[in-house]
Design a protein around this ligand. Structure first.
Ligand code: PMT
Length: 407
């Protein structure tokens, strides 16, 4: 999957002068191994952190540091690279390069390449937390986003300046690769289509502080929403409580309980061309919810439960033609149980995932899954990164919507 997307692609990797410049070496290496031609442009300050020779050795390409350097055909490098690149990735992007790009300043080879390009630009800021939170930096980020520049936000964690738990860390290489995979995916096909996605688990309150919940992180549903958006779809993401950042450019409707999720799905259903239910909705809830926090001394001896609505069943019974995709979280008889759900709920596709094995499923970046449509299972159960599985579901969806339109 990765190789198929990056092969034949040219990626201009602009490195600006921050300590995370050394992490860009790993990114350059992964992209090169995935089959991309990676051309490096370094700012004057980046060279103080990492030697150009390091990047040259890894990418087997010349590294551009001089504004006036030209390629063997005599063309100025920053112009030829800005034309050749399928995408320009600035990693790390310092507060300085963000400010220059927001103002259109072109006073060195890196900033000039950004101004000269018509290709997609992805900025990956990494810096001290106060520099990130600075109002000027945030304003510059907003300006860049409005102009269609992609921003992969920094992560929270230990910063090189000594902060133990603060925003500003350079994201993991896999996060960046996943983002680029979506961006470079050539198959679009969801333009003009509205895709409704559910993600995360639900919290079913016992009292104002306690609830019944499950271990869903929302990663699967969010990956689907991002993949649908990358293919040009208008995405509405109905999300249970998660720790994930809302994906940029996607409408997110936050809900807490199954009944709220049902209402949100019903609200957006009329405009949906496809519904993909990756959420782990609690099947039952406490039959009574205490308005006050239940005191320890008054602990009930047992907890009565009531059934929650089956939202997927309800969606597939609603009038109107739309593609309906469900998930099946199974720990035994994976395929048989999923086929049964597909038939019972009259679905177009079910994604069966084995949640009984360690390291996959709930909370993980991986899913051990198989796609099953009305004509049967497609291939075998396989371990996918959730972003790759989301891509496969989208490829199936693009085909299904086309077939539907042709009928
Ligand atoms: O969020 P992550 O940490 O990334 O984990 C991803 C996941 C494991 C949660 C996801 O891949 C997944 O399997 N989601 C479906 C979980 C689930 O509820 O499976 P189920 O077999 O119980 O339900 C079948 C289908 O009915 C699902 O599409 C579910 O959204 C839907 N459902 C379930 C119960 C209910 N009351 N209403 C529903 O609509």
């Amino acid at each position: 999957m990765t190789e198929y997307i990056f092969k034949g692609k040219t990626i201009a990797l602009g490195v600006s002068g921050g300590i995370a410049a050394y992490k860009a070496v790993d990114l350059a290496s992964e992209l090169t191994q995935a089959g991309a031609t990676v051309k490096i442009i370094m700012s004057e300050n980046a060279v103080k952190f990492v030697s150009p020779i390091t990047f040259q050795s890894i990418t087997c390409q010349p590294v551009i540091t001089d504004l006036f350097a030209s390629n063997p055909q005599g063309r100025i490098y920053h112009i030829s690279i800005s034309e050749e690149a399928d995408v320009i990735v600035i990693a790390p992007a310092t507060a300085n390069i963000l400010a220059k790009a927001a103002c259109g300043i072109a006073d060195d080879t890196l900033s000039t390449t950004i101004v000269a390009t018509r290709s997609a630009v992805v900025m990956i800021p990494a810096m001290n937390n106060y520099m990130w939170l600075n109002k000027a930096t945030q304003h510059n980020l907003e300006t860049l986003r409005e102009r269609g520049i992609h921003i992969i936000e920094p992560e929270v964690g230990r910063l090189a300046c000594g902060e133990e738990e603060a925003i500003g860390r350079f994201p993991k290489t896999e996060t960046i690769i996943d983002y680029l995979k979506n961006l470079l995916t050539v198959v679009r096909g969801l333009e003009g289509k509205t895709i409704l996605v559910t993600a995360g688990g639900t919290h079913e309150p016992i009292d104002p502080v306690r609830f019944i919940g499950n271990r869903s992180s929302g990663k699967m549903g969010y990956a689907i929403a991002e993949a649908a958006e990358a293919r040009g779809g208008d995405v509405v993401l109905i999300s249970g409580p998660t720790c994930l950042r809302p994906p940029y450019g996607i409408k997110v409707v936050n809900v807490e309980t199954a009944r709220q999720m049902k209402q949100a799905v019903l609200d957006y259903l009329p405009q949906a061309d496809a519904v993909i239910m990756a959420a782990a909705i609690a099947d039952f809830r406490p039959s009574e919810e205490s308005v006050e926090k239940i005191k320890k001394e008054k602990m009930p001896k047992s907890l009565g439960l009531g059934l929650n609505p089956d939202i997927l069943q309800m969606v597939s019974e609603k009038e109107g033609r739309r593609i309906v995709v469900g998930f099946a979280a199974e720990s035994e008889n994976i395929i048989e149980s999923a086929v049964e759900k597909l038939k019972k709920k009259n679905l177009d596709l079910i994604v069966a995932n084995n949640i009984g094995k360690p390291g996959v499923g709930f909370g993980s970046d991986l899913n051990l899954a198989i796609l099953i449509d009305r004509s049967g299972p497609m291939g075998d159960l396989k371990t996918y990164r959730k972003s790759d599985l989301a891509g496969r579901i989208m490829d199936w969806l693009v085909g299904a919507l086309k077939r539907d339109a042709a009928d």
